[in-house]
Design a protein. Sequence first.
Lengths: 353, 269
Amino acid sequence: VRRLAPALLLLLVATVGADADDAADVNEECLACHADPDLSTTLGDGALQSLTVDPAAYAASKHARRRCTDCHPGFEEQPHPAWDTSSRPAYRATYHELCKRCHPQQHARAEDGVHFRLLAQGDQRAPFCTDCHGVHDIEAPDEPRSRISRTCGRCHTAVAAVYAESVHGRALLGSGDPDVPVCTDCHRPHDIADPSSRAWKLGTPDTCARCHGDPAVAARHGMSPNVIKTYLADFHGMTASLQRRQAGGAPGVATALCVDCHGIHDIVKVDAASSPVVRERLVQTCRKCHGDATDSFPAAWMSHYDPSFERSPLVAGVLFFYRLIIPYIVGGLLLQVGIHAWSLFLARRGSVA
Amino acid sequence: MSDFVRFTRRTRLQHGSVLLLFGVLSVTGFPQKLFPGAWTDAIVGLLGGIDRVRLLHRGAGFAFAALCVAHVAATLAELRRPGEVLTMAATRQDVVDALSSLRHELGDGPASRFDRFDYRQKFEYWGLLFGGLLMIGTGFVLLYPTVAARFLGGQLIPAAKAAHSNEGLMAFLVVIVWHMVHVILSPQVFPVDRAIFTGRISTDRMEHEHPLELARARGEDVPPAGPPATVRNLALAIVQSAMFAVVMPALGVVALGDRLWRGRKGARP
């Protein structure tokens, strides 16, 4: 085996090297025709489909070392195997299947996503694999991370513009902050959920908690690490958690989630003048649900702080009172019950003796 | 052995209502206080979700508030009846009774002779009344937070939540360690004291548990079971009973300390 190992290694290196050489050979053959910028075909529904592959873009792509025939099996033969060109949707559906050969997990997840559902309903605006990742010019989708949000922004232009002005967007596009979320951090890359669904809405505290519940992230940005904990301990958070456990349930969500007060794509720093939760504007935000809230109402909200004698003396006082009175009363009564039980025990023993 | 009529139908009905409502309020309240947990999920799931749980809790809360109003109104109406006395008023005598009762259980002195309600029952009654009123008040604050904030300030709302949650826990614990022990586990009544359900109690038990009331019923000369029912006495009774409810839990420590202290002194030559 010892003598065999170097030989096997040599064979492996030779095979990989040969693969690369082989890819270059095969691809050169294909590009002989497909580098032609005018190469195209007319689809069944009259649309013109370019068949050009830019050799430079391909050489710079993630798939540069792949043979064309890895994705297009059988296309080394002339004439090429049949490809459904009856319509643009049919043509797209065919090449999405090609991605699945090497990326089955991502493909399966994408089939659970909202884009696939729209596509299945016949909405050809919905993107699939190549619309986001490219075709022959596939590059790493997250280098740099802001590329992800730019990709989504190609279709979701209005949301992307709002996001770019948010505290998250500014940090990402400005300084490339690795902590701030890009689209896919909240919405997921492939199995993108319908953000109008009840399950998605009730899951937003978890979504925010991935960063805002992480003490390391909080420390790096001077944020409180307790925002999620205090939210969940409060009436709104408790309701969200309990409603989430409610199978089915009413379609609406009758509690305030993170986004209801802080905004969604337009989130700004809590102390910014335009923030919906800055002290001056908080009552207006409360009124979104509590229509008759007066100026004294926002004091009911403890601003994600644990109750303390400095910030909320009444609440801290009540909690302190019960921390004393419950052990006093329950302990005192237990002692009396114990004395009573002891006397019964002695009386019974006495009567037996 | 002949039975003694102890409770009217109205009293039994009130107890039955409190029993039912306390049960509903506990079952629908604790999952909200103690979530998340497997059993809170199970209860919420069983009742059809948190929205249904809250509906039940609020319905039972309104019923409990109505019951309290009816009880207070009936008590006030009774003030006019000639010869009526405040049998539930806790006085200094109840502190004395509690201490001598505990001393007796610790092997020192005679047993206390109780009238219509003993000190344990008075503690429960006033605890339920004061605690109940607090639960109703804080419950309404939580149900109508914007109205409460308008008149009483915003911070009252989280304070009311803290009070409602902790008072509920305390009430539940008191019912378990005090009421349940006395009406279920106590050997005199095991498996359950049926007096509050049937309204009747054996004369034998009356002789042990309420000898003064029995003596009065037999025409013996016994002082009244409480102060005359006047508005002034009722106000005084409320204040005194509140003080009694605060002091009573400490009496076990007092009696035990006294017993140990005297035992030590007695042991000396």
